[in-house]
Design a protein around this ligand. Structure first.
Ligand code: PNS
Length: 164
C-alpha cells in the first residue's frame, strides 16, 4: 500500500447506518489516515432517528476502528469540514442513479469552498442495492434487517418500530 493521505470526512444522514456505509468506511481507511464520519442533523430530509441516536449507532458499529471518529454536525458540510481541518469528503457511488445528486452536491460544495474536494468510492457490489430507506421499510414491515445493518442499528430499529 502506498502512503495514505491525511484526513477525510465521510458525511451523510446514516438513518440508520448500513453495511454499505461500513464498507465505505473500511475502504476510506485504505486511502486516508483518519476518517471522520459526519452525521448531518438532516434539515434536508425527515429522519427516523435523532442525530444523537445516529451518532451512537455508528460509534458502536465502528468501535473497533481506531482511525475513525464519529461527529454530528449542523449547518454546511464545508464549514464542518473546515472546523475539523479536512478539505476532502468521501461519498459512495452505487450506480449511475447516484451520479446526478452527487455531481450537484460536489460542485455546489466546490462553489462554496474552492479548496474542497470529493472522492467517490464504489461499495462492494453485494451492497449496491442497499440504502437506509429500504432497510427502514423492511424493518417497518417486520422483515429481517440483520443482513443489511449492524446490530446497533438492528436493535434500535426494532425498538423504534415497537414505539415510534
Ligand atoms: O446521506 P445523504 O442524505 O445522501 O447525505 C447528504 C448530506 C448530509 C451529505 C448533504 O445533505 C449535506 O452535506 N448536508 C449538509 C448541509 C450542506 O452542506 N448542504 C449543501 C450541500 S451541496
Amino acid at each position: 500500500m502506498g502512503q495514505r493521505g491525511g484526513l477525510a470526512i465521510y458525511p451523510g444522514s446514516f438513518d440508520p447506518i448500513t453495511f454499505g456505509h461500513l464498507d465505505l468506511i473500511t475502504r476510506s481507511l485504505r486511502i486516508f489516515d483518519r476518517v471522520i464520519v459526519g452525521v448531518a442533523r438532516g434539515h434536508h430530509k425527515e429522519t427516523l432517528f435523532t442525530m444523537d441516536e445516529r451518532v451512537e449507532m455508528i460509534r458502536e458499529a465502528c468501535s473497533g476502528m481506531e482511525r475513525v471518529e464519529v461527529k454530528g454536525f449542523d449547518g454546511l458540510l464545508v464549514e464542518f469540514a473546515h472546523r475539523e481541518g479536512a478539505n476532502v469528503m468521501v461519498r459512495g457511488l452505487r450506480a449511475i442513479s447516484d451520479f446526478e445528486y452527487e455531481f450537484q452536491m460536489a460542485l455546489m460544495n466546490r462553489k462554496i469552498d474552492g479548496e474542497f474536494e470529493a472522492v467517490f468510492l464504489m461499495p462492494s457490489e453485494q451492497w449496491s442495492y442497499l440504502n437506509s430507506t429500504v432497510v427502514k421499510e423492511i424493518a417497518r414491515l417486520g422483515g429481517p434487517v440483520d443482513r443489511f445493518a449492524p446490530p446497533a442499528a438492528v436493535r434500535r430499529l426494532a425498538a423504534k418500530m415497537k414505539s415510534p
